[in-house]
Unconditional design. Structure first.
Length: 619
C-alpha cells in the first residue's frame, strides 16, 4: 500500500506522447507505465496511454471496490494531480466528478494521462478493521528501494466502457528489486518488466510485489508454486515457510483432485514492522493465481506458520469459487457501482469449509479438531441475526445495515457448506459430497462462463438431490435457523465432553495465572492460584517472575508477544524459562506439556453411521 520523477526534457516529452499515441491507435490497447525508480514524497507516477476514443468526453475511474473485499475503499483518494494531454503535449480539461472518477474533455484527442499515487499502508490505523482503512492485503505500499506492494487496482484505472480492452503494463524498477507475480514478464532486462493481460479485470487480479529477491519455488503435480517474502528486519526468509506451505499445498491439490487446473500460484507475503507506520490489517486476499498475505513480523514462527496455513489454504481454495464458478455480478464486476451477488455463502463459505475439511481429509488435523472448529463457528455465528436470509445479506453487503454481518460469511457460510456436504453424503449413500458439486458446477460454467444469480439454486438441485434444494430454500434463502445437531446426527456425531488443549497461562480459558506489575513492568505468576501441568512440569512456582522464554525477554510491554508462541508449542518441545525467584534469577529447562481441560465438544458416537462419516471426512 508508495513515487516518480517526471523531469524529461519538454521536447522528448512531446515526442514520447506522439509516438506512443500512434502505437495506441494502431493497437487499441491500454498502455500503462509505473515508475518505481523515481520516488518523490513517497509517491510514484503512473502514465496511461488510452485506446482510441470516439466520444467527446471520457470518464477515467480508479476502483471504489474490488472483488474479495466487499467494502467501499475509494482507491481514488490515493490519487493526486490527474493530468490529460493531447498528442502535442497540450493539457486537456480534467474535472473530478467524485472520489474515484475524472471527466476528460476533448477525449478524441487524448494521448496520455498522468497522475501520482500514494500508498495506503502509511495511512493505516486499524488495517481495514474499522474506520476508513483499506484492508492491508488489498492495499498498497511504496517504500523506495526496498518494497513496493502493487495491488494493481490501487495504481491503475480504466476508461469507462474500455475495461474489456487489453492492457500492457510496463514497470520500471531498480535493478536490485525483483517482481514476484504470477504474470509473465516479456521484457528480458532487469530494470523493466512488461506484462500483457487480456482485459482490466485480469490486470487487477494480478498483484506484484517488488523487493530484494527472497523467494522459493517448488512444483506440486503440474502446478508451479512461488513463495516470495518481504521481511523488513530480516526476521524471516521464504525458506522458513516453504516446508509447511509445500506440505499443505500438496494436501490441498490431492484433496481437490481434477477440480483445479491452475498452472502457477504465487504467495506474496508482506511482513509488517509494527513499530513504524505500516500495514495493520492481517490476513490475505485471493486472486485467481495468487494471494497477497500481510502478517506482523514480530509474530513467533510457530504461531505465524499456523496463521499462514489457515489464511493461505482459504485463499488457495478460492480457485474453485468464485474464480472458477461465479455469477455475472462477479464476472462483469463494476468497480465503481458494484452490484453484489446473492451467493457469498458459496464464494466465501464453501471456500472456508474446504480450508477446514481438507485438513481432516488429509490427516493434518483430527476428527475432533475438525468438529471443534465447526462448533466454534456455530457459537460465533450466533452473535449475528440467525434469521436473516443469507442471500439477502449477501446481495446487500455494501449497505450500512448489512456490512457488519460480513464476518458471518466465514462462520455460517462455512456451516451452510458443511450441511450441504452432509446432506449430499446422506442422499447419495456416501458417494457424493460438496466437492463433487463444485466440480460439476465448474464443468457446467468455468472461469469464462458466469451463471445468473437467480438460477443457481435450481441448477444445484438438478445436479444434486431434492433435499439439497429444500435446504437452500429453507435455510439459505429463507429465515429459518439451521438445526446443526440434526445434521451432525446424520453422520453419527453428537455433543459430549471432550479434552481440549488449554492456554499455558490461563486456567479454564478464563482465569489468568499471571499478572503484570505496572511499576516494574514485570510479569509475575499469581500467588494464590493452582498452577497447570505446563508450569508444574517446568518447576515454575507461584510468585515467580517470568523474565524470558527460549531466550526472548518479556515484560509488560511485550506480554502479548509472550502469549502468542503457545499456539505453536507442541508436547515434547524443548523450552527454557528464565525466572526470578525471591530476587535471584534461575534458568528452568524442560519439555512443553500442553495443559488439557474438559470442554463440551462433538465426537462420533453412532457406529451405524461410521461408513457415512468416513465418506464425509475421508472420502
Amino acid at each position: 500500500m508508495k513515487k516518480i520523477i517526471c523531469t524529461l526534457a519538454l521536447a522528448s516529452f512531446f515526442m514520447s506522447c506522439k509516438s506512443q499515441s500512434n502505437a495506441s491507435s494502431a493497437k487499441n490497447d491500454v498502455q500503462v507505465t509505473i515508475d518505481l525508480k523515481n520516488v518523490t514524497d513517497d509517491k510514484v507516477m503512473v502514465t496511461i496511454i488510452p485506446p482510441s476514443i470516439t466520444t467527446d468526453n471520457i470518464i477515467f475511474h480508479i476502483p471504489k471496490t474490488v472483488p474479495g473485499t466487499y467494502s467501499e475503499d475509494d482507491y481514488g483518494r490515493f490519487i493526486e494531480n490527474v493530468k490529460a494531454y493531447d498528442a502535442k503535449g497540450n493539457l486537456l480539461q480534467v474535472t473530478q466528478k467524485d472520489k474515484n472518477s475524472w471527466d476528460i474533455s476533448k477525449a478524441k484527442s487524448l494521448a496520455k494521462i498522468t497522475y501520482w499515487v500514494n500508498d495506503s499502508f502509511d495511512t493505516e490505523t486499524s488495517g481495514g478493521m474499522g474506520g476508513e482503512d483499506v484492508f492491508s492485503p488489498a492495499g498498497t505500499n511504496i517504500l523506495a528501494g526496498e518494497n513496493f506492494m502493487l495491488n494493481t487496482h490501487g495504481f491503475v484505472g480504466y476508461f469507462e466502457g474500455k475495461s474489456e480492452s487489453p492492457y500492457k503494463l510496463t514497470v520500471s524498477h531498480p535493478a536490485t528489486l525483483w517482481g514476484a507475480t504470477s504474470l509473465t514478464d516479456t521484457d528480458p532486462s532487469n530494470e523493466s518488466d512488461v506484462f500483457l493481460t487480456s482485459r482490466y479485470p485480469e490486470l487487477v487480479d494480478s498483484p506484484i510485489m517488488y523487493s530484494k529477491p527472497d523467494y522459493t519455488t517448488f512444483k506440486v503435480d503440474d502446478m508451479d508454486i512461488l513463495i516470495s517474502v518481504f521481511s523488513p528486519n530480516g526476521t524471516y526468509k521464504a525458506a522458513d515457510f516453504t516446508p509447511a506451505m509445500e506440505t499443505m499445498m500438496r494436501a490441498q491439490k490431492k484433496f481437490l483432485g481434477p477440480v483445479n487446473s491452475t498452472k502457477k500460484y504465487s504467495i506474496l507475503l508482506y511482513l509488517s514492522d509494527m513499530k513504524k507506520n505500516d500495514a495493520k490489517g492481517f490476513g490475505a486476499l485471493e486472486h485467481t493465481t495468487s494471494t497477497t498475505v500481510v502478517m506482523p513480523e514480530m509474530m513467533p514462527k510457530g504461531a505465524l506458520l499456523e496463521q499462514m496455513k489457515d489464511v493461505v489454504s482459504h485463499e488457495f481454495f478460492h480457485i474453485v469459487t468464485p474464480l472458477s464458478v461465479h455469477s455475472n455480478e462477479i464476472h462483469y464486476f463494476n468497480y465503481n457501482a458494484p452490484k453484489m451477488s446473492k451467493h457469498l455463502w458459496m464464494y466465501e463459505g464453501v471456500t472456508e469449509y474446504f480450508a477446514n475439511l481438507f485438513q481432516v481429509n488429509q490427516g493434518l488435523i483430527t476428527e475432533e479438531d475438525f468438529y471443534n472448529r465447526m462448533v466454534s463457528k456455530i457459537e460465533e455465528s450466533r452473535r449475528f441475526d440467525d434469521k436473516m436470509p443469507f442471500t439477502k445479506m449477501s446481495q446487500n453487503i455494501l449497505d450500512k445495515n448489512y456490512k457488519d454481518s460480513y464476518y458471518n460469511v466465514y462462520l455460517k457460510g462455512a456451516l451452510i457448506a458443511m450441511c450441504i456436504d452432509i446432506q449430499m453424503r446422506e442422499s447419495s449413500g456416501g458417494e457424493k459430497g460438496i466437492l463433487d458439486l463444485m466440480q460439476a458446477l465448474s464443468n457446467e460454467y468455468g472461469s469464462k462462463k458466469p451463471f445468473n444469480d437467480e438460477e443457481l439454486f435450481a441448477k444445484i438441485t438438478s445436479l444434486t438431490y431434492p433435499a439439497v434444494g429444500e435446504f437452500l430454500k429453507t435455510y439459505v434463502d429463507g429465515d429459518t435457523p439451521i438445526p446443526y445437531d440434526v445434521y451432525f446426527a446424520k453422520m453419527g456425531v453428537k455433543e459430549g465432553t471432550i479434552k481440549k488443549a488449554g492456554n499455558p497461562f490461563l486456567k479454564d480459558e478464563m482465569t489468568p495465572l499471571i499478572t503484570v506489575n505496572p511499576e516494574t513492568k514485570e510479569i509475575t505468576v499469581l500467588p494464590d492460584v493452582e498452577l497447570n501441568d505446563f508450569m508444574k512440569t517446568l518447576g515454575i512456582k507461584n510468585e515467580d517472575v517470568i523474565l524470558a522464554i527460549n531466550g526472548t525477554n518479556y515484560n509488560m510491554d511485550t506480554i502479548y508477544e509472550m502469549l502468542m508462541p503457545e499456539k505453536g508449542w507442541n508436547n515434547g518441545d524443548a523450552i527454557t524459562v528464565k525466572i526470578k525467584r525471591k530476587g535471584k534469577e534461575q534458568l528452568l529447562k524442560g519439555k512443553v506439556i500442553v495443559p488439557m481441560q474438559d470442554a463440551q465438544g462433538y465426537h462420533a458416537v453412532d457406529t451405524s453411521k461410521a461408513k457415512l462419516k468416513e465418506a464425509w471426512l475421508k472420502g
